[in-house]
Write a new protein. Sequence first.
Length: 668
Amino acid sequence: MQKAYSELVASINQWDHEYFVLDNPTVSDAQYDQCVRELLAIEAEHPELITPESPSQRVGAKPIDEFQKIEHSVKMLSLANAFSLEETYHFFEKAAKELDKSPESLMLFSEPKLDGLAISIHYDHGLFSYAATRGDGQVGEDVSHNIKTIKSVPLKLATNHPPEKLDVRGEVFMPKAAFEKLNRVAQQNASKCFVNPRNAAAGTIRQMNPKIAAERDLQFIPYGIGDYHGDIEFKTHSQIMTYLTTLGFRKNPHCYDFSGSYDALVENYRVMEQARTKLPMEIDGIVYKINELAVQMALGFIARSPKWAIARKFPAQQVTTQLLAVDFQVGRTGVITPVARLAPVFVGGVTVSNATLHNMDEIDRLGLCIGDDIEIHRAGDVIPKVVRVILPGTHRKPIVMPERCPVCDAVVERTIGQAAFRCTGGLSCAAQAAEHIRHYASRKFMNITNLGSKLIALLYNKGIIKTIADIYTLNISDIAELEGHGEKSAQNVLDSIEASKSTKLGTLIGALGIPEVGEEGAKAIARQFKNYPAIVAASLDDLMHVPDIGPIMAKNVVDFFKDEKNRAIIADLIVAGVTWQDEPGEAVQEQILAGQTWVLTGTLSIPRNEAKALLERLGAKVAGSVSKKTSCVVAGQEAGSKLAKAESLGVKIIDEAMFVRMFVDDAQ
Ligand code: IVH
């Protein structure tokens, strides 16, 4: 039993190491779970067998009552900061001078500066003993109960010759994905969100209940050692770091060693800045250390930081500023987005004066008012985000969604069950119309290469193009007369319009800008219905049967094609010479009108019985009078009372040209 038990402990610890340290699991979840169950069963029956390195010992039985103070045997230091290359180089230049060396002759080691909290973990004869926070550097707090739950912290060092004592120092942090998940769940449960991964990690470690810590995916990566009673004579810092990985600790990603030359520092910073966005954890800078321990010793410390290491901080990503106003922007599909106007601040290396607020729910969640002092966060190149209110303003003003669209004055509505408010102006709203044209012409859709956003805005504002169909009526002088354009560039625009005219059905559907229907949704619709008339005729139910199309998208498609204005624009596109390739395969046209009732009225240029026969072939019943049940009325010349009745009942109406385009061309 003892042997089986020890083997289980060793296997599970090995698998934990592979999974949490090496990111390289070798067993299935099922096998892992099965072994953990076996282990727990043995421990329940034979508590005398339980060893301190058993994985069951990571989560202690109950929360602690209070934090015990722990005095660090070797002080936990801090680092001096540098905010530029000059400062960094100068730091090592000074160190080199003191040593009577040239900076180029110093060997440096660079590590990402992990954004979490410093922890010292003590091992006695290879077994986890206790872990403490940094505190004031001299005295910290015992947080063993929580640190033991971190799976990348070995409970037993992976060596047969453990040092008598080892104090591993490093950073506990929460990976970005774990932080986002934690906040998502907090939001769903209407509980408090953490401001950033560092606060989440610190908040988790500085609480009493190890069960909470165990549920949150924290990690530990060492950056050095404090006390060490062992046999190895380390020569360099990198040697220590390698030793720690052999003991079972995670490796800090992107560590480099190089000479302390100016050029090498420039290159290293460039590499690290790029690596940063791809890393799974937040880093707030780069730590440069002199690699040789003898040189470190010779330099020593000033105050609380070493003279052999410096933190080159990235420009702050989080700063405070004041919310001056909130504007409401109207997007392509009419969604109205609140945008924060800020007192300009320098953050993440640039001055910003706007930040996104997403939607009104987010404003409520933040408890935000105009005039408040707020914290904003800018990561990478993305638009800065308002994170929280720091101090409510003295004359704070509530943020209210306007009742009417700030661009076209149409009524603003909120769709039930959705966070977004929308302008109901549709394509008669200038903001939506211009964005709609831009979407249509964009690379993903009609790919009109020389018709960019700026040119569209110019043409739209001058009233030269109002709809996507107007693109095809543009002539040389319309463009050549605009500022910054000549005959040649105008011709290029026209050429690219011409070249874009033949497309695919899925691309055209996506280009139409039906709310929620993106590139993939449009392709799925095209694949299902094969041709345009079948899409126009599709019912809500038909659309809901398309893989990946949900009820909102399906309704938007039906509503879009129900709107005569939209169908007219597509008819204009056809007249302008836009063509598309249907999807290959059996056209589902045969009975596309099954279950529908159509009415023909007015004078048609094709014989009425032919039109009737065609509709019947497509599965429709052709009736003589209009009722609420009528699916569609085809209105020819001089249509009279039936047309009027259809209008009053809100029945779908198409003209003959549309009818011909929808069915006749294809049917013959
Ligand atoms: S070395 C004597 N290396 O940054 C040197 N610190 O601002 C001690 N940190 O308290 C620190 N990543 O919590 C070092 N690769 C790294 C680090 C790192 C993050 C933290 C650590 C330290 C703080 C100093």
